[in-house]
Design a protein around this ligand. Structure first.
Ligand code: 3AM
Length: 178
């Protein structure tokens, strides 16, 4: 199984993001609203016995619920090319704390530490040879975007099946926050 840990989003918020995403940016492959998520930890291909360990470790994790606010947009780039367009998150120490606890729990299960800095985001589109001018206009137009705060009452272990058009993400287990 290919696994990752993420927050899902309320439907009202998905629809708001989908509305923003209805923009013409040649080279953008928009993520379908049912796939929006905020990744806390990408795990990757996992044998069954380890998936069980991961589930136990995540079940034992205790953290408080909180609220978070999506705000601003930005892009990731690799080798000078834009690869993803995303919605950002207002600074949120409780989110960082939760992500940290998940990272620690997964390392105890034997996973290699995640080397990349946690940059919370919701990917709106993946980009191939995007028309940069259109991308810049989109970012400028939506940089001051600010969503309603959303309650975070659980986090989720997802499995992902890679597809040609879009991947299929299946919530496998939801872990409640106190
Ligand atoms: O949350 P986003 O959309 O940025 O790109 C994948 C997606 O990220 C990322 O994990 C999330 C859920 O699939 N992902 C896929 N392969 C990855 C890898 N090898 C990866 N992240 C890190 N390393």
């Amino acid at each position: 199984m290919r696994l990752f840990v993420a927050l899902d989003l309320p439907w009202s918020l998905r629809l708001t993001l989908a509305h923003l995403a209805a923009a013409g940016i040649p080279g953008a492959r928009w993520v379908p609203p049912e796939n929006y998520h905020l990744t806390l930890r990408f795990i990757g291909e996992t044998p069954g016995y380890r998936a069980e360990d991961i589930d136990h470790a995540l079940s034992a994790l205790r953290a408080r619920g909180f609220s978070l606010t999506l705000a601003g947009v930005g892009t990731f780039a690799k080798g000078g090319r834009s690869t993803a367009l995303w919605m950002g998150v207002e600074r949120n120490p409780q989110l960082d704390h939760l992500q940290n606890k998940i990272e620690t729990a997964l390392q105890r299960c034997g996973l290699e530490p995640e080397r990349r800095r946690f940059q919370p985001h919701v990917t709106l589109a993946r980009l191939d040879n995007v028309v940069e001018g259109k991308l810049v206009s989109f970012v400028q137009a939506h940089n001051l975007f600010h969503a309603e705060p959303m309650p975070v009452e659980h986090f989720t272990l997802f499995s992902s099946q890679l597809g040609k058009e879009a991947s299929v993400y299946t919530p496998e287990v939801e872990y409640p926050l106190a």
